[in-house]
Design a binder for this molecule. Structure first.
Ligand code: PHE
Length: 345
């Protein structure tokens, strides 16, 4: 028995030394010291020994077990240290490597234009007003002097949701709502940016969904010259101090008189070119003096109060400012297009 135990010790220690990793080492532990291992087996056989031999063999078996355990523990410490070193080595970070660039987005060109226009008017004392995109027929048309069946409703093909609700066709309903809330008392000085919808077939210059910014000023003694002065400041700040504006008579049911504003063509300086279609002028927005019916319907005394309103399309303004030739670029989300407007560059 003594021999068996000694050769087991020898054998186990050799195996421990051969073990290359922690798993192999554990296999050795299970094989030699486990419940079914030879050392345990040997100890079980002690019953058969004589009374004097039993304690001797018991002590020897414990010694063998202790020796094997010790070598295993020593080896385990070495292997664990090696494993940590290996891991550290494989995870070493080369701080001299150039970093991977983080891709960042930028504001959409339309957002940028809208914010630029907003800032410009906020600088002139305006506040921003917003309203719902799903609008009542009343605010979209009726309160703007466009009763049911009015032929001018055809100017704005609409997406109806029900008989009385539709996707707003312009941001003008926000002016109707704001005036109504003002309870017949001025002054009002707002701009209303937002999305609008029309039943249009999309092409290079039309989209069924686009953006508008509407402006409205209501107070006592507001005159056409105030409108013209405001638009002149806007045009120069937006397109350059050398730009001229001109107002042409036009028609909107909610303004009287109504005008359309052109700015002088930057490309040809007024000579006439392809962009301005040979006229030297480019149409920018619609405007006019708020119709007395619109003021009265919103609860304002039109003999005391007057106002002006204007409405423009940021898509068109950005197209002119940045030379964008197709309105669909704004909505197709091609990052090659969008990235050109990165503020950082
Ligand atoms: N709401 C008009 C449109 O969408 C624009 C406009 C606004 C014209 C305010 C005059 C005054 O066509």
């Amino acid at each position: 028995m003594e021999e068996t135990l000694r050769s087991l010790q020898q054998e186990a220690i050799e195996k421990v030394n051969e073990a290359q990793d922690l798993k192999a080492l554990n296999d050795v532990r299970v094989a030699y010291l486990g419940k079914k291992g030879p050392v345990t087996e040997a100890l079980k056989g002690m019953g058969k020994l004589s009374a004097e031999e039993r304690p001797k063999m018991g002590a020897l078996a414990n010694e063998v077990r202790g020796a094997i355990t010790e070598t295993i523990e020593a080896k385990q410490a070495i292997l664990e240290k090696e494993a940590v070193e290996k891991k550290l080595q494989s995870e070493t970070i080369d701080v001299t490597l150039p970093g991977r660039p983080v891709k960042s987005g930028n504001h959409h060109p339309l957002t940028m234009i809208v914010e630029e226009i907003e800032d410009l008017f906020i600088g002139m004392g305006y506040t921003i007003a917003e309203g719902p995109e799903v609008e009542k027929d009343y605010y979209n048309f009726e309160a703007l002097n466009l009763p049911k069946g009015h032929p001018a409703r055809d100017m704005q093909d609409s997406f109806y949701i029900s008989e009385e609700t539709l996707l707003r066709t312009h941001t003008s309903p926000v002016q109707a709502r704001t005036m109504e809330l003002a309870d017949g008392k001025g002054p009002i000085k707002i701009i209303c940016p937002g999305k609008v919808y029309r039943r249009d077939t999309d092409d290079a210059t039309h989209s069924h969904q686009f953006t508008q910014i509407e402006g409205l000023v209501v107070d006592e003694h507001i005159r056409m010259s105030d409108l013209k002065g405001t638009l002149n400041v806007f045009a120069k700040k937006m397109f350059g101090e050398d730009r001229e504006i001109r107002l042409r008579p036009s028609f909107f049911p909610f303004t009287e008189p109504s005008v359309e504003m052109d700015i002088s063509c930057k490309i040809c300086g007024g000579e006439g070119c392809r962009v301005c279609k040979g006229t030297g002028w480019i149409e920018i927005l619609g405007a006019g003096m708020v119709h007395p019916n619109v003021l009265e319907m919103a609860g304002f005394d039109s003999s005391k109060y007057s106002g002006f309103a204007f409405g423009m399309g940021p898509e068109r303004i950005a197209m002119l400012k940045y030379g964008i030739d197709d309105i669909r670029h704004y909505y197709t989300n091609d990052t090659r297009f969008l990235k050109q407007f990165s503020e950082k560059e």
